[in-house]
Design a protein around this ligand. Structure first.
Ligand SMILES: [Zn+2]
Length: 248
């Protein structure tokens, strides 16, 4: 589950894509659009269709996301022209990832549904989500392989986020006997999630925790879901907690 994001049109088009950095940060947050690691300082603007391939799209808002250095350099110009053309025909908010597009994009509505995070084991690997359609699984796996999402600091930081999320989900469980989550605990969860990034990992861990606790209190689940969805800018608003049954 790569966080699905929604970009709104900027107030004005820019003649240089760098001027879109602040708007991107406000709209979709300071996180890599692919691996979800936090990016600090100057926001690295990502071209979905590489500048080197199709320079005419280099300043176009619809072609921009945020990417950390490893994701950006691994992606390079691997996304071939055919894929780039498909991506360009349906730039945002598809009902499902485009037919024939070999990879998954986070500003497609359902990128979130295509990935799973390893909840057990030493490292928090990302994989295609069990049970999805074979074509989508192939594309999710290619996205993971092309971007090398299970390597370097990205997997280490993802694992650290999983550890922090697990700890906080336990705190939540200890405070879970009434319908309300204490405000200070909510604030702590949000502050830690924002600082550590990897929104999808937080959603996954909290979903598992609620399954384990048998938390069937729908209102409480909804409060938590809104907390994660609303505090990470640009998250597709209808994103629900995943069912993590059968995940590694
Ligand atoms: Zn990244």
């Amino acid at each position: 589950m790569m966080r699905s994001v929604v970009k709104k049109d900027p107030r004005r088009e820019a003649f240089d894509y760098r001027f879109h950095a602040i708007t991107l940060a406000r709209q979709i947050g300071e996180y890599c659009s692919y691996c979800e690691i936090p990016v600090r300082g100057a926001l690295p603007v990502e071209h979905i269709i590489a500048k080197a391939d199709q320079s005419q799209f280099q300043n176009a808002w619809g072609n921009l996301l945020v990417a950390c250095n490893p994701c950006n350099s691994n992606k390079g110009t691997k996304i071939n022209q055919a894929s780039a053309a498909l991506r360009w025909i349906w730039p945002v908010m598809l009902p499902a990832p485009a037919q024939g597009d070999p990879v998954i994009w986070p500003d497609n509505q359902f990128s979130y549904d295509c990935f799973a995070y390893r909840l057990g084991g030493n490292q928090c690997e990302v994989s295609s989500r069990p049970g999805i359609d074979a074509g989508l699984a192939t594309r999710a796996n290619r996205t993971i392989a092309d971007l090398k999402l299970n390597e370097d600091r990205r997997i280490e930081c993802r694992t650290a986020a999983r550890t922090a999320a697990t700890t906080m989900a336990r705190w939540l469980a200890f405070n879970g006997n009434d319908h309300n989550t204490p405000a200070c605990l909510k604030e702590e969860i949000v502050a830690t999630a924002k600082a550590m990034g990897f929104w999808s990992v937080w959603m996954t861990v909290f979903s598992r925790q609620m399954e384990g606790m048998g938390v069937s209190d729908l209102r409480r689940q909804e409060v938590l879901r809104e907390l994660f969805v609303q505090t990470f800018p640009g998250t597709y608003p209808d994103t629900a907690f995943p069912s993590t049954a059968g995940w590694p």
